[in-house]
Design a protein. Sequence first.
Length: 417
Amino acid sequence: MSFMEATNQFVKLTGTPNCDVLIVGGGLVGGTLASALAHWGLRTVVVDTQDPASGLDAVFDGRASAIALASQRLLESVGLWDSMNESACPIEDIRVTEGNSPFFLHYDHKDTESQAFGYMLENRFIRRALHERMSELENVQILAPDQIDSLERSVSGVRAVLKSGASVSAALVIGADGRYSSTRRGANIRTTGWSYDQTGIVCTVEHQEPHHHIAHEHFLPAGPFAILPLWKNRASIVWAERSDIAPAIMALDDTEFLEELKPRFGDFLGDLKVVGPRWAYPLSLKYAERAIDLRLALIGDALHGMHPIAGQGLNMGLRDVAALAEVLVDARRLGMDLGDQVVLERYQRWRRFDNTLMLAATDGLNRLFSNTSGPVRLARGLGLSAVNKIGPLKKIFMRSAMGLSGELPKLMRGQPL
């Protein structure tokens, strides 16, 4: 009998499926962690408010994610990438420009040992791959749609009672339930952060000319404007706009919206057409004061939320996944309690510096490029030009764009645990 069959029967008979790890939130980050832990033998239960099987056959909804090379290696290592590969559009070049400045920065994959800096992938394909992978892994059970009604953490373990009446006992609970994490709030973990007074507008366009797998980051006074390549002459747009202007832009009809978009996009890819819905969300920085508590660890947006200026939000969540998976699998092999404070502190130490550095970098870049002062604009342009011409410095930035900087977990190096 598989773990899923056994725990399903256990739920019906006793209402208490015992497991190693309880993950609250089965989205892109939580689902990847569940796949990684189960792949290496840890019994995992995922609780999510949405049924992961719902909407898998839905048409394109306009949402896509940037997957850095290191994140792609993680997805491949846990058996997820094969289901995504054909739908993933490689990013082979990155071009950074500012307004009408003649200065620019160009990253070319030919200057690296990789075929691509990363990939763009529609979120629906990521969700589908996660559902398929978790369905075939014996050590994963998904309880959804459902949510935590009460959560008790003690020195001896974790016990959660769900709205449905089912209960789960585990050695460790992991909060992967987003920026407004109830798991984090329940542990009284405070956050530090601020609003950027910017709104992120996300949509997809079809364009006449091929994009040649080039990603563009164009810095405008209101915020960055990114053009990210998708298959079939399409591009994902991430447009940061002033929060007092964004609602009016979102209220425009399709024709009027396109007229606002065109001057920012340019005409280098020919005629444009907006496809799929548009999305808007406030941009802010948020960071939890700690990543752990008694038998609790936070990952992804529950731990940190950053500006999308470098497209690293999901990638930093996946770095949390890779680090935590390695820490927990190592602990199991040593016979340690997965919820032991020593185990969790190793995870927190590993992620603290990396997350803080990325939050500071994205915050600093956004503030730097949103400054319209003439001398600052000139200094920015000279800086872009200098990085573009200094080979060793440029390679450092390229490795960072690929997610290969810092102390990489094994899974992000393409190594098994």
